[in-house]
Design a protein. Structure first.
Length: 329
């Protein structure tokens, strides 16, 4: 019989790619999303498939799904600075109440659950690269605290269910990921740079640009998540690409990729913005036999081509599509 997989945050960037992957694995997929930051355009190609079902639902409220469930992937959460600064309470609630509800569903259905944590649990790290045993350097009352602490709570709640209820759990710590279906206006550096280049605007670098990031292509991330779900390992696992680059050099890469002649301008660094971000993936290599396969040049070309193919109005759109917009269409 087909395995049944429930994915919260299914209309989001990563969630939609997970839906695609599990449908290719001949699973029945039930997607859940309240569409605060997700977009139905990411999954509308799946609606015609009999193996796909969509629930327009807020998981901070009670979640009921009839029938048996084999796997749950909890990916519902705002995931960009613009989002969680705009909707801080919802960010905290989905990390707390939403996680509690999805863990409760897993317990009721005797299902294995994988929860999406983040490299932001490390905060502005004092250890480089970041290993899973590093406990982090986070400001709980800073502007990024609502996201960082929501994810730290998610991990704590998941381990409590694992230890107390013997629930079958997995935790993935996701580092910077990119690829098709990112929102151009979500505030993350890659779509921000590409959007500025396509609109003919100068590229905005915050601080002096010497802060670093490590970018993982979405297909590599999904492969790591898939392997972790099917593994027997319940402690957190970093999934990301350890190829590190400064933001200033990354801006120069985008200008070269897009063939534009934009200048680079500098703005003050936001409070608590991490200065370094690079995953130690030793655990993923040894436990999952996983390493990223797509290098940055290849992944950026695919991502740029995706953004370039969007209708021109997408470059200037401030908000994503809502459920009501989709129904009207």
């Amino acid at each position: 019989m087909k395995k049944t997989v429930v994915i919260s945050g299914a209309a989001g960037f990563i969630g939609s790619h997970l839906c695609d992957r599990f449908l290719r694995e001949d699973c029945r997929v039930i997607g859940i999303d309240n569409l605060i930051t997700g977009d139905l355009q990411n999954i509308e190609h799946l609606f015609k498939l009999p193996e796909f079902e969509f629930y327009h639902h807020d998981i901070t409220k009670y979640v009921h799904i009839p029938g048996s469930i084999d796997y749950i992937l909890h990916f519902a959460s705002p995931a960009s600075p613009i989002d969680y600064l705009k909707i801080p309470i919802q960010t905290l609630k989905v990390g707390a109440h939403g996680t509690h509800n999805m863990l409760g569903l897993a317990k009721a259905k005797n299902a294995r659950i994988l929860v999406a944590s983040t490299s932001e649990v490390y905060g502005d790290p004092e250890v480089h690269p970041q290993t899973e045993d590093y406990v982090g350097h986070v400001n709980p009352i800073g502007p990024r605290g609502v996201y960082d602490e929501a994810k730290r709570y998610l991990e704590a709640m998941t381990m409590a269910y694992h230890n107390f209820h013997k629930l079958d759990t997995r935790i993935v710590r996701i580092f910077n990921t990119y690829g098709p279906r990112m929102r151009l206006n979500d505030g993350r550096v890659l779509p921000a740079f590409i959007g500025q280049a396509l609109r003919g605007e100068d590229l905005t670098v915050f601080g002096d640009g010497m802060q670093t990031r490590s970018f993982c292509y979405v297909d590599d991330l999904v492969e790591g998540i898939y392997r972790l779900l099917l593994s027997d390992f319940y402690e957190p696992v970093n999934i990301g690409n350890p190829s590190e680059i400064t933001i200033l050099d990354f801006a120069k890469e985008i200008i070269k990729l897009t063939g534009t002649d934009q200048k680079i301008t500098f703005e003050p660094l936001p409070k608590d913005d991490p200065m370094q971000r690079k995953p130690d993936i030793t655990r993923a290599k040894s436990v999952l036999n996983w390493t990223p396969k797509v290098d940055r040049a290849e992944g950026l070309k695919i991502t740029y081509d995706y953004f370039k193919s969007l209708p021109e109005e997408e470059l200037y759109k401030k908000e994503h599509n809502t459920f009501e917009d989709y129904i009207i269409k």
